[in-house]
Write a protein that binds this ligand. Structure first.
Ligand code: PLP
Length: 333
């Protein structure tokens, strides 16, 4: 079983799948024509889903949030510019930054991967980056990020500040989103994805909310008609069914917390996670443990942090299989 790339391992519910199929069938009638290049209905759907007084003019979308992040970096990074993030963080950030010719600058975190206001401000002032990528909660560590840090980083910089909330739906229900800071901050964008909470990784749909002028800058770099009519139809129908699509989130959060508790009992050191995965330390030989789990049919992720491995919270049965396999290996240091 694949518990390595933080997918939602629950399939799309049957009723929603048939609603999506119906919407795609309608779109197929017009597939000889180019799609709505402004994907207006989909942007309205995202604005409605996100709330916070957002309108379609505040929304952008792409084929996965990786493409959305690429659009941002194509628009605001490039040769001679710097892109900054607090490492360890999402492995695509350096690749996407370097792909535009920009320089990636890795900042540092405190023990347990936390980012504090004073330290974040000092690092941002020292580096004066053109684009700052804040992953909240952070991948691969699961660490939450306080909005105080987002606000302070925004004030300390004159660049673009992106808060990547790919896992926001797995955070505690009362945890505020950086969307609440958007108003009055034209350099701030908050990105999301349907890949994780919405169990839609294969459909490739990511999106962001920002000031309309920020969105205009992204229009300059996207390819014409970058979102296919079939993608738009699928995403519109999935969003219409948001509560059903998100029904598994609570269960996944339950499995995540069960993983953390069991890992601790087994002698490992799980890091606090607000996402759908757990990073855990105390692994004496990560590559040997990774291999032993693989041989038992459980695929997790060695993210290259010494003595650590990362596992995605799957279904209850998948989680049990992982925990049983790990317990039978017994490699806590
Ligand atoms: C998974 C992930 C994404 C994006 O995934 P897409 O499938 O391209 O939408 C973005 N950011 C982080 C931190 C992720 O973990």
């Amino acid at each position: 079983m694949a518990l390595n790339v933080n997918e939602n391992t629950h399939p799309v519910p049957e009723g929603v799948a048939s609603d999506i199929l119906d919407e795609i069938a309608v779109a197929l009638h017009d597939v000889n024509r180019y799609p709505d290049r402004e994907f207006t209905e989909l942007r309205e759907g995202f604005a409605n889903y996100l709330g916070h007084g957002l309108e379609a003019k505040n929304i952008w979308a792409g084929n996965g949030s990786n493409e959305v992040l690429q659009h941002i970096l194509q628009a605001f990074a490039g040769p001679g510019r710097t892109v900054f993030g607090f490492a360890p963080t999402y492995s695509m950030y350096p690749l996407l930054a370097q792909g535009t010719g920009a320089t990636w600058v890795a900042g540092t975190r405190h023990p347990d991967y936390e980012v504090t206001v004073d330290d974040a401000v000092a690092q941002v002032r020292d580096n004066d980056p053109d684009v700052i990528l804040l992953c909240s909660p952070n991948n691969p560590t699961g660490t939450p990020l306080s909005l105080d840090v987002v606000e302070a980083v925004y004030e300390a910089s004159s660049g673009i500040v992106i808060v990547d909330e790919a896992y926001q739906e797995f955070a505690p229900k009362d945890a505020p989103s950086a969307l609440s800071l958007r108003e009055g901050r034209p350099r701030l964008a908050v990105s999301r994805t349907m890949s994780k909470a919405f169990a839609f990784a294969g459909a490739r749909v990511g999106y962001l909310a920002a000031d309309p002028a920020f969105i205009d800058a992204l229009r300059l770099v996207r390819l014409p008609y970058h979102l296919s009519a079939l993608t738009q139809a699928a995403a519109v129908a999935a969003l219409r069914n948001a509560p059903t699509m998100l029904a598994m989130v609570d269960e996944i959060v339950g499995q995540r917390d069960r993983i953390s508790a069991t890992l601790e009992a087994l002698g490992y050191t799980p890091h606090p996670s607000w996402a759908n995965f757990v990073l855990f330390g105390g692994v004496s030989d990560p590559s040997a443990t990774w291999r032993a789990l693989y041989d038992k049919g459980v695929l997790i992720r060695d993210v290259g942090i010494p003595q650590h491995l990362r596992v995605t919270a799957g279904t209850e049965a998948e989680t049990t299989a992982f925990l049983d396999a790990l317990a039978s290996i017994g490699s806590a240091s």
